[in-house]
Design a protein around this ligand. Structure first.
Ligand code: UN1
Length: 494
């Protein structure tokens, strides 16, 4: 095995925010190469006139090259001891930790989340790499006794082979880490297509792995449009596809994968409720609902987009939330005092503005609307009181919009929270342990937070949704091996 070329470009690193756009490259077979497709320009979400990175996209022929180089590299990588594979991930974690400030700023510029969130996300990617870097020290399979004398039964794990990874814009480095780290440590090779709005951060993640000594061909990065993801899932040589993104795209890819017998893992929409009951600590709840609904400008699949609040405390709670929003500074995310940046693109912002206007025309009552700067893809923090038919109650907007509904009882609150085809996460605010235990039974969600915001996920525990939010095995922790490996059951006699 030979190590790939470490960095994507020979130029000295450009100080983010000051210099020339970073040249975009694809990673195929360990070489950083220019794409053969249409030009791609990655712009600063707050200042669209500033170009963050630019280059040419991949074409379908690049998928063929990436797939065949991945297939060849996987044979040796899959036979490499898991501790050696893990050591590569741990070294990549150290690379990202050393560059957290620089890449955090690049992330804030390219995607639009704040500097603190951007830096935090780079460190989170490092934490995920470290977690999977230690996988060799954990339980690898199972051992059963046999009903027959002189026999034992072992269940061992093997990589799928060459897996496709399709990732969204909203966590440009953490979501790739939580798919690619387990894929690699379990011995798979990867062909990765990140969202075309965040190509620079994708390159940064791939650079960390190549600099850490990942062998050539084990990870291939293809930058390109959404259609490239469809081409990838249609490739006859693919052994699995892991996707995070919109429900519509996820269902299309799941259908393509199913028709070819390719295992599919999909993390899709959410319409996550925060439930604030009358006995809750209202100050804590206001802080956490603020974070859940408006951090990352509401662009998390785990964001709080619905609020169910007990009637008797609703006015008091909403006043506390509005007071916190008054202190929320919206602006350029690369300025340290900013709390909320723009949406990822102007077209994403236009979609959210349209949805809010439609809801208002249909009778939604505006409880709060914040200020935004001129220009850029900004949308004000918006709180709307709605009925359960409203589109902002039912559809995921992926923006800083909170739909509110009052509840007359705990039972009604749980019913309202359950009134969604999605079931990714929920947050419950109460001081009563019996109510919290009732919620564990009543709420059909993949992740339940009691007295904390609906977003957030630790690397060592399962992540994923119930109902229409998820498809296939869960992600992260030990759950990730359910997707990235298959079992061989060995009936062993001497
Ligand atoms: C988080 O809640 O911190 O796309 C992570 C998403 C999720 C990740 C959420 N898959 O937003």
């Amino acid at each position: 095995m030979t190590a790939g070329t470490a960095t994507a470009h020979d130029d000295a690193p450009v100080a983010p925010g000051t210099g020339r756009p970073v040249p975009l490259r694809l990673l195929i077979g360990g070489e950083w190469v220019a794409g053969g497709g249409a030009p791609l320009t990655s712009r600063n979400a707050a200042h669209p006139e500033q170009v963050v990175a630019e280059g040419a996209q991949a074409v379908p022929a690049d998928i063929d090259r990436a797939m065949s180089t991945a297939r060849a590299a996987q044979r040796e990588w899959g036979r490499t001891p898991i501790h050696e594979r893990g050591a590569v991930l741990a070294r990549a974690a150290a690379v990202l930790e050393a560059r957290a400030d620089r890449h955090g700023l690049e992330l804030a510029r390219e995607e639009g989340k704040t500097l603190g969130e951007g830096r935090g996300e780079v460190l989170r990617a490092a934490q995920i790499l470290r977690y999977y870097g230690g996988e060799g020290d954990r339980v690898a399979g199972e051992h059963f006794t046999s009903p027959r004398r002189g026999e034992q039964i072992l269940v061992t794990r093997k990589p799928l082979g060459v897996v496709g990874i399709v990732t969204p814009f909203n966590f440009p480095i953490a979501i790739p880490a939580w798919k690619i780290a387990p894929a690699l440590v379990y011995g798979n090779a990867v062909v990765w297509k990140p969202a075309s709005t965040v190509p620079l951060l994708a390159m940064r993640f791939a650079e960390a792995l190549t600099e850490a000594g990942l062998p050539a061909g084990v990870l291939n990065l293809l930058i390109g449009p959404g259609a490239l993801g469809t081409e990838l899932v249609r490739h006859p040589d693919l052994d699995g596809l892991s996707f995070t993104g919109s429900t519509g795209v996820g269902r299309t890819l799941a259908g393509e994968a199913a028709s070819r017998g390719v295992p599919f893992q999909g993390e899709m929409g959410g319409k996550n409720a925060a439930i604030v009951l009358a006995d809750a600590d209202l100050d804590l709840a206001a802080e956490q609902v603020l974070f859940g609904a408006f951090r990352s400008t509401g662009q998390k699949c785990t964001a709080t987009s619905r609020l169910v609040v007990a009637e008797e405390v609703a006015d008091e709670f909403l006043a506390k939330l509005a007071a916190r929003l008054d202190g929320w500074r919206v602006g350029d995310p690369s300025e340290p005092e900013t709390h909320m940046g723009p949406l990822v693109t102007e077209s994403a912002a236009a979609g959210v503005r349209d949805a809010v206007a439609t809801a208002e025309n249909e009778g939604a009552r505006v409880l709060y609307r914040g200020q935004v700067p001129e220009g850029g893809a900004f949308v004000p923090a918006t709180v709307l009181e709605v009925d359960a038919e409203s589109l902002v109650w039912r559809e995921e907007l992926f923006g800083p919009v909170l739909a509110v509904h009052r509840a007359a009882s705990m039972e009604e609150a749980f019913e309202l929270a359950e009134d969604s085809e999605f079931g990714l996460s929920a947050a419950l605010f109460t001081r009563d342990i019996a109510t919290a235990l009732d919620a564990v039974d009543a709420l059909d969600v993949g992740i339940l937070h009691v007295n904390s915001e609906s977003a957030g996920a630790d690397p060592h525990v399962p992540f994923g949704g119930a109902k229409k939010s998820g498809y296939g095995p869960k992600e992260q922790g030990a759950a990730a091996k359910e997707f990235f490996t298959h079992t061989t059951t060995v009936y062993l006699r001497g």
